[in-house]
Design a protein around this ligand. Structure first.
Ligand SMILES: [Fe+2]
Length: 202
């Protein structure tokens, strides 16, 4: 097992760019096909801006060792697909009892969280707020503002990610949409199919 060395990184204000990262990945609009309810609105955006970056993640991953931590920044650019605010794909940790924290550096967002049985919690993210994503909660960031939503995350290095738990249910139970008055609201997702939470089915 490797033994990581101490390190420090620098995070740029406003963009989340992390100097000293070990990895960056980007998700473009084309990568988000099928995730939003309004498919016609998505097709119109993807037709002209499909290669545009919707969000990027810079991470510092010392190792995958149990007991180590992974941290990094997520920068989710502002946008909407129809009335739905732009979001990250979202996941549950593959080792589902592993938690995570998100510190909001800038922007205005929602952490949309859901248990496998469909219980939903939302927590608002504004500069200097910290959201604790408890073990077993699916989590997705939503940008409900007009600036990039920049968050610093940190989670156990052996957590892993399972993205399919959301796809299997037709998306998350609730959508975060424009309320028509400059804010956001939470509405039921008509495509949501409750999961079978009996043992062996989740
Ligand atoms: Fe996570």
């Amino acid at each position: 097992m490797s033994s990581p060395l101490p390190a420090a990184v620098l995070i740029a204000p406003g963009t989340g760019e992390m100097t000293g990262r070990t990895r960056r990945y980007e998700k473009r609009y084309d990568d988000l096909d099928g995730l939003f309810l309004d498919q016609a609105a998505f097709a119109a955006i993807a037709g002209t801006r499909g290669s545009e970056v919707a969000y990027q993640v810079d991470e510092f991953r010392p190792s995958d060792n149990a007991g180590d931590i992974i941290f990094g920044t997520s920068t989710l650019y502002a946008g909407r697909v129809g009335t739905e605010f732009i979001f990250t794909r979202g996941h549950i940790h593959a080792v589902s009892d592993r938690p995570e924290i998100y510190f909001c550096q800038s922007g205005h967002g929602i952490m949309l969280m859901e248990l496998a049985d469909g219980t939903v919690r939302v927590e608002e993210m504004t500069p200097n707020s910290v959201v604790y994503v408890a073990p077993h909660w699916i989590h997705r960031s939503v940008n409900v503002g007009s600036e990039p939503l920049v968050t610093l995350f940190c989670y156990p290095a052996d957590a892993g990610q399972d993205y399919e738990i959301i796809a299997r249910a037709g998306g998350m139970r609730d959508l975060i949409v424009d309320d028509g008055a400059g804010g956001w609201k939470q509405v039921p997702n008509p495509r949501y199919r409750p999961r079978n939470t009996a043992p062996g089915h989740v």
